[in-house]
Design a protein around this ligand. Structure first.
Ligand SMILES: Nc1ncnc2c1ncn2[C@@H]1O[C@H](COP(=O)(O)OP(=O)(O)OP(=O)(O)O)[C@@H](O)[C@H]1O
Ligand SMILES: [Mg+2]
Length: 247
């Protein structure tokens, strides 16, 4: 369980200060997928920086299973909005980065090959990031996070650079992998449909500075029958209204 209490983050520029998050509080249950949705600039990426341990300059409390965030003790799979690939390493080296840091020596095992093939990047292993399209770079970042077999998966609009068909395949793959080990996931998206399709819970953030506007139990999560189509439509309308409402 991730407990976030009164989390505030302020960025200090040369001549200005930006309050990115304003006393944000939410509990993220173990084994659940929480989709976070909110307008551009409301602090979604900032929240992920805090959860991943990249950003320590905040006020409030954040704990994972009762302890402070420590990437050394938790395997945190992180997919940054701008992919976060190291330009001087090729795809193979980038994919193994998280695993290497954890000092695993197995290299590309069967599972890694499976993921690379599913992500359709298995033929690109000796390319460097600058030789890849945006969508290919995004898939390398996804592969790296999945191959780590994380305890916590943090994804910042991971499918945004993909075409609609590839995005659907990636959503399916993500759910398939999640079903195998139910990794606690924080998934950031701009899309109401994606929030509804992937999230067991949906957290709507208010415009900047971000705080929690509403948390919805997703009644449609992983249900697939006619009844849920109506339910899906109803929830989709409800969610759209909350996202665009003032206050
Ligand atoms: N390094 C920084 N220095 C100063 N301000 C920053 C910095 N990074 C982000 N901000 C500001 O903090 C706020 C939140 O930014 P953040 O990137 O978390 O938003 P976001 O919700 O992820 O937006 P988007 O949906 O566009 O990705 C914005 O107002 C942004 O301009
Ligand atoms: Mg962002």
């Amino acid at each position: 369980m991730i407990k976030i209490r009164d989390l505030s983050v302020k960025y200090h520029g040369k001549n200005n200060e930006t309050l990115a998050l304003d006393k944000l509080s939410v509990d993220i249950g173990a084994g659940d997928i929480y989709t976070f949705i909110g307008p551009s600039g409301c602090g979604k990426s900032t929240l992920l920086y805090v959860l991943s341990g990249i950003l320590n300059d905040y006020t409030g409390n954040v704990s994972i299973d009762g302890r402070n965030i420590d990437p050394k003790t938790k395997r945190i799979g992180l997919i940054l909005q701008h992919y976060g690939l190291l330009p001087w390493k090729n795809v193979y080296q980038n994919v193994l980065l998280g695993v290497k840091i954890k000092k695993d020596k197995q290299g590309l095992d069967e599972y890694s090959h499976y993921i690379l093939k599913k992500l359709e990047i298995d033929t690109l292993l000796d390319r460097y990031p600058k030789e890849l399209s945006g969508g290919q770079q995004q898939r390398v970042a996804i592969a790296r996070a999945f191959i780590l077999k994380p305890d916590l998966l943090l994804m910042d609009e991971p499918f945004s650079a993909l075409d609609a068909i590839t995005r659907e395949k990636m959503q399916e793959l993500f759910l398939e992998i999640w079903q195998q080990n139910r990794v606690t996931t924080v998934f950031i998206t701009h899309s109401v449909d994606e929030a509804l399709y992937l999230g067991s819970k949906i957290v709507v953030l208010s415009p900047a500075p971000g705080k929690v506007k509403k948390i919805l139990e997703n009644r449609c999560f992983q249900l697939d029958n006619l009844r849920t189509r109506d339910e899906y439509y109803a929830m989709s309308m409800q969610l759209r209204e909350i996202v665009s409402s003032k206050g």
